[in-house]
Design a protein. Sequence first.
Length: 231
Amino acid sequence: MGEKGTVLLIDDDALLGQVLHHALRQAGYTVLRAGTGQEGLSLFDMHSPDVVILDVLLPDMEGWEVCRRIRRVSTVPILFLTALHEIPDRVRGLILGGDDYIVKPFAVEELVARVEAILRRVRAAAPASRPPLELGGGDLVIDRERRQVRLRGEPLDLSPIEYNLLVYLAERAGRVIPIPELLTAIWGGPKEGSLQALRWYIWNLRQKMETDPKRPRWIQTVRRHGYRLNG
């Protein structure tokens, strides 16, 4: 394994793959390469990489579908490579569970820097030994060691980004968290489409947590400021 970890690159562009392979190896990573979505999923299952670089347009399936399948089993960081310039496409990647995206053509140095930044953020957020968070008199319990959430005694099924967002709010319960702070905590900073993605994840959390999502008890919007999780 490379000193900095293992990167799985899923892209059918052979020339780009060679360039990125060389650059990432020079930066200290072990690099696994796949030219199709299915090959990428097989390598993912065999090697459990530290980060996935995923092209959206693959010969056998869309990168969106590869991301969906990975997200069923793993919270591994995913960086999308895309030639799609429209903001809805970028929003789609973030909503599906992507941690970042970079639009082709791009500078190889920028991609390596994005990988470094994603891994720093993920590793900094790795939980130390901490007791579960309990809010609402014990109605909401977040076990950060096991990445499990229970609401009124029932397990809450959350996607990785929903979980990360809820934990960030819960650790600061009662405080209004500004939107730029949330975008930085979840995606490393504001990006095109990230505000729409954040709103979608807040909406989705409310559907799962609130008795009446239109009158939220847990996650409240503070207009022109951000969001607050009530304790």
